[in-house]
Design a protein around this ligand. Sequence first.
Ligand code: PMV
Length: 323
Amino acid sequence: MTKSKASAPAKVILFGEHFVVHGNPAILASINRRVVVNARTISENRVAIRSDIGFAGHYSGSIFRMIEGGMEAKTILDPLHSAITRILSSRSKKTGIEIDISSSVPLGIGLGSSAAACVATVAAVTSLFQKKLNRQEICMMAIESERLIHKDSSGADCYVSTFGGLIHYRKDKFKKVQAKGPLALIIASTGIRHFTGDLVASVSKFKDSNETLFESMAKQAANICVQAQGAIQSGRHDRVGELMNENQALLRQLGISHYKTDDLIDICCKAGALGAKITGAGGGGAVIALAATKEDSEKIASRVKAVGYDSYEVKIDREGLAA
Ligand code: PMV
């Protein structure tokens, strides 16, 4: 039996979600919450996947047997299974594989849990065999698998999870962004899970019925990204916060906001945040807020918790994929 282990971080989108699917830029950061995958070869000819967030099952060929997680288990595990079978067939391996996933990334709230799981799975399973893949190859395989969950994925989540840090991303190309001074970030969650594919489809519908308007909104979103990158690099955090609020106004106009995220944004801003917006697909999910100082971020997270939502401070992860 051969064993291996890999982990990949969750992410936040600071600027540009949804528009990034249509070729716009986005600014993302990987954060200090990880999905860890332990992989091993097994003698039985099957792929077994178990996750500590309540999903488990095994595949004999393409036949799936659910162990835990009900109807949703197959949807969640299929992309990982597909990545594993592609790795096995590209190496002409007949062995069975078992993976154990442990995750500190809540599912379906915009923190990129499925991308991190795909990246870590591809890295752990390829490490079982002789020829390892480089980060770019791992990222591309993870994107292909993620596209089974939502076919129009921009690929941004897999890139930031693989390469780590703060990045500017556009159409399969990324650049690292150097922030001047630490960004004091807080996540506040509605706890409402979303389905990214449905929200991406609703934005495409909006685009098709409002072509000129969408074009002008996409221009504004791109301009916000340019300004945000400059403000992050020069440490003008007040300006970063203002731009987050401007970005949120565009997301609200796209129709992917939710009364609970609006509530959270309001609570964060009243508690002293420099700015706050949805992170990820929206439709519930989570909000990302920026504070001026560490003390302020503690205060904002406790205020959010006091009114009954989940909230925590997060740090930018510099490492990305660890394999
Ligand atoms: O909510 P998440 O973590 O699935 O993020 C989705 C981000 C989108 O821009 C809405 C989609 C994408 O593929 O980039």
